[in-house]
Design a protein around this ligand. Sequence first.
Ligand code: SF4
Ligand code: MG
Length: 329
Amino acid sequence: MTPHPNALEIADLVMHFGPVRAVDGVSLTIPRGRVTALVGESGSGKSTVGRCVVRLVEPTAGTVRIAGTDVTHLSRRRLRPHRGAVSIVFQDPAASLDPRMLVGEIVAEPLRLAGKRISRRERDARVAPQLERVGLRAEVARRYPHELSGGQRQRVSIARALISEPMLLIADEPTSALDVSVQASVLNLLADLQRDIGFACLFITHDLSAVEYLADDIAVMYLGQLVETGSRERIFARPAHPYTQALLSAAPVADPVRQRHRQPVLLGDDLPSALDPPSGCRFRTRCPLAFDRCATEVPEQTMIGDGMAACHLVQSDGTGPDVRTADPS
Ligand code: SF4
Ligand code: MG
């Protein structure tokens, strides 16, 4: 049997926490071996999408398929065989690593949770290469998390996530709780591991510049919905949605000439509340290009190549105005 081509298929995912519409109809596919960056501001619902995929929360509606299997409502017991297929790395390793467990026990935990009985010796033999793979010495297995730096602790989280050889890794802001000085090395480690091992990845981040070297595809989320999806190349070269354009205008770029000619587009107000999202286009209260129709009509998704943008102004060939060059009149 040929393996299912897609690591992850999310269809019409909805997650409401009481009146809070955290996720409101998200559809996203990640083929095996590819990296999709899910980008958006804090409060946009992107972490909730990741949590639904690993079943930390059960969605209000919609489906999550892992390698073609619908896992949305599987019981804990029936989920077990699928558990090793998906792993998650959380934002803050200080909160996600049990302080009473030795690093060796932490890294080996997914094997235990998958119901594998292994001897202590076998465990140590499995853990050592995992630690080395993330740039830590094997002796670290006999330490406690608090004896390590933040960057080392996040490497431990990555080793734990990869020991089950997952097909899909969810990385939820994996570097944003770390010192700026170690963020790049942890990001590079993830990129190297992804290239070597070839797992698919949902890389959740608020920082578009962090995805430039890691992501194959980008999905931009705003107030619980996707506003644009596409290849990294297309989105960086020709972002179609005004929100994506604004995010890109604020991200630093490596090229000093490009940097000098850029004006960040200021979005002004904070993200509106997910309790009561704006009517029509949810971005309209901050969009520099908003016009009458935006308040009354929900914009349809216009296909652009393999992706889409949801804005009334985007044409079917993917072109439209650019807030970075639009006349502020
Ligand atoms: Fe802006 Fe209107 Fe497009 Fe929404 S639909 S992004 S408010 S122009
Ligand atoms: Mg988050």
